[in-house]
Write a new protein. Structure first.
Length: 56
């Protein structure tokens, strides 16, 4: 399963644990919006290419 995590305020301990656990058996992508310089076209493409999207 392809999972996309969108982090609005950067990673925290809880999101990190969930992402690590899901990474063991899934293809996980993380986008940190707090880093800036995010291509929203790329973000929308990633959203539609994944099976599950989780926004923090």
């Amino acid at each position: 399963m392809k999972i996309l995590h969108i982090l609005n305020d950067g990673p925290d301990e809880f999101s990190g644990r969930i992402i690590d656990a899901q990474s063991e058996s899934n293809e996980v992508t993380v986008v940190d919006l707090s880093e800036g310089n995010i291509s929203y076209k790329s973000l929308v493409d990633a959203i539609f290419s994944c099976d599950r999207v989780i926004s923090w």
